[in-house]
Write a protein that binds this ligand. Structure first.
Ligand code: SF4
Length: 359
């Protein structure tokens, strides 16, 4: 039985290093490089993938998600929505001693739930809650229906179509973009290979130091029948990865030299410096996101959605949109509150990389 080694390439340094390691250890005819195209990448990344293909003499398979069925299903749901239920904000209930009051079912029994505490799964009572305020209708209003039905058409761009379908942009708490645009696509690709009779090793450029979520990442794991993951970089630092790629005389994504700490998508989690860099060098990407914000807002039942910082405790959608839209976020990144103007710092023709990419 042939084993295929599927390497997920994102255009970033970690996945490039992983691909180089795979090419060093595994026969070329057993390697399949894949790139999940989110439709939200800066075009430089696509150009970089072309260069990488030429430099390494390989083909990188582009995978693109399609949400046209989901959008059409949502269209008919919105058009036919006649629900008359109301939704309420809730507040926790405490007993006379200030202790959380437990929720009880119809027979008076305490409702329990399973949660993870310090890495151990435990059972604990669910706290009782009470309704606050008059609530609001769950149903789409006729005005919101008209607005949404005008924009709910597949555009062919996976990121935009995903947000139109969900009626919102992803956020740090609900990061459905990674799952829908990258993970699901890669898994689907690998399952098809397994169905064709191959065993699959999925090479992933994940480092434990990247984020707290990844601090326990295993170097290798069996995921299912004939499917394993292999993460050769788990112990590496970011600088080690960059140094390794450079020692192999392999090009890196030019976005690093432009000061980006993360490359690929224009990310919903971008920090101040990354956002300021994008706005400075690629203003057309900011214009694209501003246009997307209008479209996704129209597809949203509440009438607004912003690319970054989607949640806000206020109820005035217009005020929230005015404060959090992408142009406002760019102003925040520039530091127009008088603290710092990053654009002044950027207006110099030098390498801005944090990894010392300039000689
Ligand atoms: S988390 Fe950021 S990089 Fe990942 S898919 Fe979402 S927007 Fe793109």
């Amino acid at each position: 039985m042939t084993t295929l080694h599927v390497v997920s390439v994102s255009g970033g340094k970690d996945s490039t290093a992983t691909l180089l390691l795979a090419l060093d250890k595994v026969p070329r005819n057993q390697i399949m490089a894949i790139f999940c195209d989110t439709g939200n990448e800066i075009p430089v990344t696509h150009a970089y993938l072309d260069i990488l293909e030429q430099h390494l003499g390989i083909t990188i398979h582009r995978l693109t998600a399609d949400f046209s069925t989901e959008i059409m299903t949502k269209r008919s749901f919105v058009a036919r929505d006649r629900r008359n239920r109301r939704e309420y904000r809730t507040a926790p209930v405490f007993d006379a001693h200030g202790q959380p009051a437990p929720k009880r079912d119809g027979r008076g029994r305490i409702v329990m739930r399973t949660v993870k505490r310090d890495g151990v799964m435990v059972q604990e009572p669910v706290q009782k809650t009470r309704k606050v305020g008059g609530g609001h209708r769950v149903r789409w209003s006729n005005k919101a229906k008209r607005r949404a039905l005008a924009v709910l058409h597949p555009t062919g761009n996976p990121f935009l179509d995903l947000c139109l379908w969900k009626g919102r942009f992803p956020s740090r708490m609900t990061q459905f973009c990674t799952e829908e645009l990258k993970r699901n696509m890669a898994v689907e690709f690998q399952l098809k290979l397994i169905d064709q009779g191959f065993s699959v090793v999925s090479w992933q450029g994940i480092r434990r130091g990247e984020s707290p979520n990844r601090r326990n990442a295993k170097k290798s794991e069996r995921i299912g029948p004939r499917l394993w993951t292999f993460r050769p970089l788990v112990d590496w630092t970011a600088q080690q990865t960059v140094d390794f790629v450079r020692r192999q005389a392999c090009p890196l994504n030019p976005l690093y030299s432009q000061g980006q700490s993360r490359v690929g998508c224009v990310c919903i989690n971008s920090g101040k410096m990354d956002l300021a860099q994008i706005a400075f060098r690629y203003p057309e990407e900011i214009a694209r996101l501003a246009e997307w914000e209008l479209q996704v807002s129209d597809a949203s039942k509440r009438g607004y959605s912003t690319f970054m910082c989607d949640s806000d405790s206020r109820t005035d959608g217009r005020a929230i949109f005015a404060d959090l839209n992408i142009h406002a976020r760019v102003r925040w990144a520039k530091g127009d509150n008088g603290t710092m103007d990053l654009f002044d710092q950027l207006d110099v023709p030098v390498c801005a990389s944090a990894y010392g990419l300039c000689e």
